[in-house]
Each structure stands twice: as structure tokens, then as C-alpha cells.
Ligand binder design. Structure first.
Ligand SMILES: Nc1ncnc2c1ncn2[C@@H]1O[C@H](COP(=O)(O)OP(=O)(O)O)[C@@H](O)[C@H]1O
Ligand SMILES: [Mg+2]
Length: 676
């Protein structure tokens, strides 16, 4: 029978092909003549019921059926009727049947039609429609035959469609893999952007596309790279987050497929209206860094698949862009650090002060040329060597070590060099690095100081004898004959002033001698004896001012190496000051103590005290506190300078602790003499 032959023929042909277009054309080519139709069409549906393919075979070429028309037919036309009811339909005369939509010339020329569903497990996978320009051309028999053919075709159509799906996905996967490969091979941001657009154009066929990035400063989206019709928009187009389609996408972090931009309320006014637009956010970490945007002049141009592909590209683009940006930022940082380093190095190198830095392990990390010169180190040979092997100067090493042990790490001292020069060295701890010393050559200052002392002592020496003559002369006048009261007063003034001046000169001479080391012959001394002898003449003075002298001394102290006369001077100076600067009724306490390797003597009073800002200077020559209280009391300002000089000459230290109005404590300490 003809029917079976036909079915057999169809099944044979269909099973040999997986090409959907081929399959559809074959079905139409075989069925059109079998029912005497003039032309026919096939609509293939995907899972969501949307038209996936529309194939038309007809005798004369007419206008192609648009996607939109197919959509309408599926919605309310004959094919739609068939899909909804899952059964075939015959239209005897299209003019009397409202299921027939005359959308094209071809449709308008049609009078009869027959349509059947292609069913696969109760699901309509397609609709086959055959037509004829004359009415009443199809009957139930035709319908039966077509239903049989449709049943047989459904499997082939479904298989071909699934195969096409799979191959499409695979093509997509390969393309995306290529995308990531291509993007990961550059760290240059501009190149990344260009490549993303290349991919969108060449691999996926999106001709009009743009990349918008969120500007750090403004927080706005700015078009950074563009292809196709959007070309002119570069740098001109800006969107606030939330504004326009791209802004909406960035704000919501959602991909968007707008089938008809002119109908979309999100579209920014004034921007040229395109047909369709897809926009996908690019997200890195947890922030939106930009938007990929693709447009097309026609409406409904993009499918869900398109949006998926664009999203995948966007995800990879986001990674590549972020990577390029981080790389650029890191490069900038590295350059900035190198520049800062170079600047700092230049400063340190050029400094006239000698600078040495060691790490926490005591190894040299830096020594500038001035330091190399001072310590006779070959340039650069010091790197990472222990300090002691680089610097030989014992005084410097002592300072360095005592500073590493000091609580705050700040220390300073004068360092004599072998060549006769003197450095003033200050050490500072550097957090996270180690310790630093800065040394300044103070040789010329020392020399000036020496010259000044020499000058002063020469002058005072020369003043000594004339003063003596004046004093003796003045005292002699009254003895030579009677003088009246006015003359006596004048003579007394002269004697008083001369005595004062003589004291000053004596002190100056004394200071000069101490500084020159004259009269500093050392011997083992018992400080208890020294103190007691010094106090002999002072008890009278304290009593006269009604000041209690409290002396709390041990029987004996460890011996120190020193000059007993000079050390007695120190005690005398401290106690004299204490009595001078303490109002009557107060107390002066003298005590002694032994500490680690040292013997210390302290003189404490309940007097006027010294403000902190004055304390640092009272050991300087001629320094006297500028206050009404002090200026009423006679003095030269040399006493403590002599004290400091003497104690320094003994390798000891002096100090003061005081608070204005609360009394003062002066002290000195000397190293205990090594026992034999
Ligand atoms: N025990 C003290 N109490 C208060 N101020 C003192 C004391 N000892 C010293 N000073 C202050 O230090 C200054 C310097 O002391 P010094 O060198 O002995 O000079 P002079 O005793 O000649 O004033 C004094 O002028 C005074 O301002
Ligand atoms: Mg004094």
C-alpha cells in the first residue's frame, strides 16, 4: 500500500540524519506531495514551548515569515490550536476559520490547511502544517496519514534537536575555555578590555558591544571600550549606579535581557534607542566592577542562551580585569617604594653626620660614607657583619652596648677618636629594625671650649694680684689716719666688691685647674671621711640660719679612687647650696648608699626647689635660675659647674631631682675601686 511505503521511506530517511534542518526539509519534501499540498511548514518547539526553528517549503518564493509572526501563530493561530489541544486540525476554508492568521502574502493566498502535532511522550515537539490555495482540499484521510507521519517524525526531530543542543553547548564551552585562556595571558588592562570585545564580536557574533567600568573616584559607570555602532560612546557615556539599563544591572547585580529598549522604563532618555540590549554585571570579590553590554538594532534579538553566554564571559572578564588592576596597583606601589628608598638612601648617604644602623641581632645593616670614614671601614664591607668586627672604637662600643640595655634605648656620649677628633654620638632604637647611632663631629666645639677656658684662666690669673693689692690697700686706709663715716662706707663697699670679685676669680681659676686635670691626683678614698671633713665648717653656717643638718652615714663605704680634696669640694658645694637655697627652719639631709658597683652621696633639702626646665642647665657655667628668690642670694653660678667637672674627672655621674617649692636632692656617684 502507498501509505506504508511512504512511512517506510520516511523512517529510513529520518534515521540516517541528525541534522535538524535536513530532517525537517526531508519530512516536508515527502509529505507535501503525499496529500497533494502546494507548500508546508514545520515549527519546532523547545522545552519551554518557544519556537526554536521554523522551516518553510513552498512552490514560489515569498516573504520570509518573521520570528514575531511565528510567535503570533503559536499564540493564537492554527499551530497554537494544535499545540494546545495536542491534536490535528483541518481548515476547509481559511476565510471562515478564525484560527487562520493571514500574516503574509502566502497566508493570504491560502484557502485550505491541515496541521498536526509532533508528539513525544505527551509533549508537543513541533507542528507540521500543509496548505493549498484552493478551499476543501484536505479530508480525514489526509489527516490520518499526516498523524502517522508526525508520530514517526517526532522521534527524529527530537533527537536532532537534542543533538543540536548538545553540540551547541559544547561549542559554547570550548569558546568559553578559549576566552579564559585568552584573557589570562595578559596583565595589561587595556589589552584585557580589547580582548573581551574581540571575543564578543568574533566568537559569539555580538557586533555592538561595550565594557563599562565603575570609576573609583566618582563611583559611576564609565564606558571604557566599545565595538560596532556604540563606538562614539567611549568616554562620553557615564551612568550613575542605578541609572539606565547598565546602572540598573550594576545596582541589582543581575543580568538583564531587554527585548525592546524603547519600551523599557529603565532606559535613559536621550540615549540613542536600540532594539534589544543585554547587560550583565562583572563582579570581583564582592563588589561590582563594571557591566558588559551588548546591543542589537532589532527587538527580541537575544535569547536566554545569549544571556547565559554573556554572563559566562562577564565572569571571566571580571577576573581578568581585577587581575590586571591588582597587577598595575602592585607595580605602582613597588615603584613608589623604590623611589622612596632611593630618596632616603640619598639623604643618608649625603648626610655629614655619621650614621650606623644595626639589626636586632647586632649586625650592621647600614653605614653611610661619613661613618665609614670615621671608623675607617672599607666601603660596603660591613654588610651584615657584627658591629664589633666593623668598629674598633672602644668608647663607641661601650655606648652602643649600654644603650641596647637601657630601657628606652636613647643614649648619648662623647666619643674621642684615635686621630684626636671628638664625636657626639646619640643612639636611638628603631622599632622593627634595631638600633641606630648618629654621630656629629664636635671637635671644633671642644676646641672652642678649651680656648675659652684657657682665656678665662689666663685672665683670672692676671686679675689675682691686682685684686689682692686693691683689697690690702683699701683695708689699710682707715689705719693710716682718721676717716669720716662717708669715707668708711665707701671703703667698705670697695672691700665687699673686691672680696666678691676675688671669690669669682678663685672659682674660675679652680674650674680651669679641674678642667685641665691639675690637682686631681687620685688615691683610694673613704667617702665617709671626705663628707665628715667637708661638713666641719658648714655646721656653723646651718645653725646660723636655723637649718637642721641631718647626717646619716654608715661607718664606712667601699673605697673609691679619687682626690679627697676635690671630692670634699663637691660635698661642700652641694651642702652650701642646700643651706643657701633653703629658708630658715628647713632641713638638709646628707646620706650615702652603695649600689651596683657604685657609691653614691646625696644631699637633700627642703628649700625652694628647681623647675624642670632649669634642671638641665644648672650644671652649666654661670647658670643661675632667673627668679627673684635666687637673685637675692649671692652666687657666681660656677659651683655646680666645678662639681660636674670634678665628678666627670672621676668617671662618676651627678644628678638632681627637684620640684619647684618642694626642695631638691643633689647626688653624685663614683665607681667602687677595684679591690686588690
Ligand atoms: N639646693 C638648691 N636648691 C635650689 N636651687 C639650687 C640649689 N642648688 C643650686 N641651685 C640653683 O642652681 C644654680 C647654680 O648653682 P651654683 O652653680 O652652685 O651657683 P650659685 O650657688 O653660685 O648660684 C643656683 O643659682 C640655683 O638657682
Ligand atoms: Mg653654689
Amino acid at each position: 500500500m502507498e501509505k506504508f511505503e511512504l512511512l517506510y521511506d520516511i523512517s529510513r530517511r529520518l534515521s540516517s540524519s541528525l541534522d535538524l534542518d535536513r530532517v525537517l526539509k526531508d519530512i516536508l519534501a515527502l509529505t507535501i506531495p503525499s496529500v497533494g499540498a502546494t507548500s508546508g511548514s514545520m515549527i519546532v518547539l523547545d522545552e519551554s514551548g518557544q519556537a526554536r526553528r521554523h522551516t518553510l517549503i513552498k512552490k514560489e518564493l515569498g516573504t520570509p515569515v518573521t520570528e514575531q509572526a511565528v510567535g503570533q501563530i503559536l499564540e493564537k493561530g492554527l499551530a497554537g490550536w494544535v499545540v494546545q489541544r495536542k491534536k490535528g486540525a483541518i481548515v476547509s476554508d481559511t476565510r471562515d476559520d478564525e484560527r487562520w492568521l493571514a500574516l503574509t502574502d502566502e497566508h493570504r493566498a491560502t484557502r485550505s490547511a491541515v496541521a498536526v502535532p509532533l508528539l513525544r511522550q505527551e509533549r508537543v515537539v513541533g507542528v507540521l502544517t500543509l496548505v493549498h490555495p484552493e478551499p476543501n482540499r484536505f479530508d480525514e484521510e489526509h489527516l490520518d496519514l499526516l498523524l502517522s507521519i508526525a508520530n514517526q517524525s517526532a522521534i527524529a526531530v527530537e533527537n536532532a534537536r537534542l543533538y543540536e543542543n548538545v553540540t551547541e553547548r559544547m561549542r559554547e564551552a570550548t569558546a568559553l575555555h578559549k576566552v579564559s585562556n585568552l584573557l589570562m595571558r595578559t596583565l595589561n588592562l587595556d589589552q584585557v578590555l580589547e580582548r573581551v570585545l574581540d571575543i564578543l564580536q568574533r566568537t559569539f557574533g555580538y557586533l555592538d558591544c561595550a565594557i563599562l567600568l565603575v570609576e573609583e573616584e566618582t563611583g559611576e559607570l564609565e564606558v571604557k571600550a566599545v565595538r560596532g555602532d556604540l563606538q562614539e560612546a567611549v568616554g562620553r557615556m557615564r551612568f550613575k549606579i542605578g541609572e539606565g539599563i547598565a546602572g540598573w544591572v550594576a545596582a541589582r547585580r543581575t543580568a538583564l535581557n531587554v527585548p525592546d529598549v524603547s519600551q523599557d522604563p529603565r532606559c535613559v532618555e536621550g540615549v540613542e534607542q536600540t532594539g534589544s540590549e543585554m547587560a550583565v554585571p562583572m563582579i570581583a570579590g564582592d563588589s561590582v566592577i563594571g557591566v558588559l553590554d551588548v546591543q542589537r538594532a532589532e527587538a527580541n534579538a537575544f535569547s536566554d542562551d545569549d544571556l547565559r553566554v554573556l554572563s559566562s564571559v562577564a565572569a571571566q572578564a571580571a577576573i581578568a580585569i581585577e587581575r590586571a588592576r591588582l597587577y598595575a596597583a602592585e607595580r605602582r606601589l613597588r615603584i613608589a617604594i623604590a623611589e622612596e628608598r632611593a630618596k632616603l638612601e640619598a639623604v643618608i648617604k649625603g648626610a655629614s653626620d655619621a650614621i650606623i644602623v644595626t639589626n636586632e641581632g647586632g649586625r650592621v645593616v647600614l653605614m653611610n660614607p661619613a661613618a665609614e670614614q670615621v671608623f675607617d671601614a672599607e666601603p660596603g664591607t660591613w654588610v651584615d657583619r657584627p658591629l664589633e668586627t666593623v668598629v674598633e672604637n672602644a668608647d663607641f662600643l661601650v655606648l652602643w652596648r649600654s644603650c641596647s640595655m637601657a630601657d628606652d634605648g636613647f643614649c648619648s656620649d662623647e666619643i674621642p677618636l684615635a686621630d684626636g677628633r671628638t664625636l657626639y654620638a646619640q643612639t636611638t632604637p628603631i622599632a622593627g629594625v634595631g638600633q641606630m647611632a648618629i654621630m656629629r663631629d664636635i671637635t671644633h666645639l671642644k676646641e672652642l671650649d678649651r680656648m675659652k677656658s684657657e682665656f678665662v684662666s689666663t685672665v683670672s690669673h692676671d686679675l689675682g694680684s691686682p685684686l689682692q693689692v686693691i683689697q690690702t690697700g683699701a683695708e689699710l686706709i682707715p689705719k693710716l689716719g682718721p676717716v669720716n663715716q662717708a669715707q668708711r662706707d665707701a671703703i667698705n663697699d670697695i672691700v665687699r666688691m673686691v672680696t666678691k670679685t676675688a671669690t669669682l676669680v678663685r672659682s674660675l681659676l679652680d674650674l680651669g685647674r679641674v678642667e685641665a686635670g691639675v690637682g686631681m691626683e687620685m688615691q683610694p678614698c673613704q667617702l665617709v671621711t671626705v663628707v665628715n671633713e667637708a661638713l666641719v665648717g658648714l655646721e656653723e653656717r646651718a645653725k646660723a640660719k636655723e637649718i637642721a643638718l641631718q647626717i646619716t652615714l654608715p661607718q664606712a663605704l667601699p673605697l673609691v679612687m679619687g682626690n679627697p680634696i676635690r671630692l670634699g669640694q663637691v660635698v661642700t658645694n652641694f651642702v652650701t647650696n642646700a643651706i643657701k637655697f633653703t629658708p630658715g627652719g628647713g632641713t638638709v639631709t646628707i646620706s650615702a648608699r652603695e649600689t651596683e658597683g657604685e657609691v653614691a652621696i646625696e644631699v637633700k633639702d627642703t628649700g625652694i626647689g628647681i623647675a624642670l626646665e632649669d634642671q638641665a642647665q644648672i650644671f652649666d657655667k654661670f647658670y643661675r635660675v632667673k627668679s627673684a628668690q635666687v637673685s637675692r642670694i649671692e652666687g657666681t653660678g660656677l659651683g655646680l659647674a666645678i662639681v660636674k667637672s670634678i665628678v666627670d674627672g672621676h668617671g662618676g655621674r651627678v644628678w638632681v631631682e627637684s620640684e619647684l617649692g618642694q626642695g631638691s636632692t643633689f647626688g653624685f656617684a663614683l665607681p667602687i675601686a677595684p679591690s686588690r
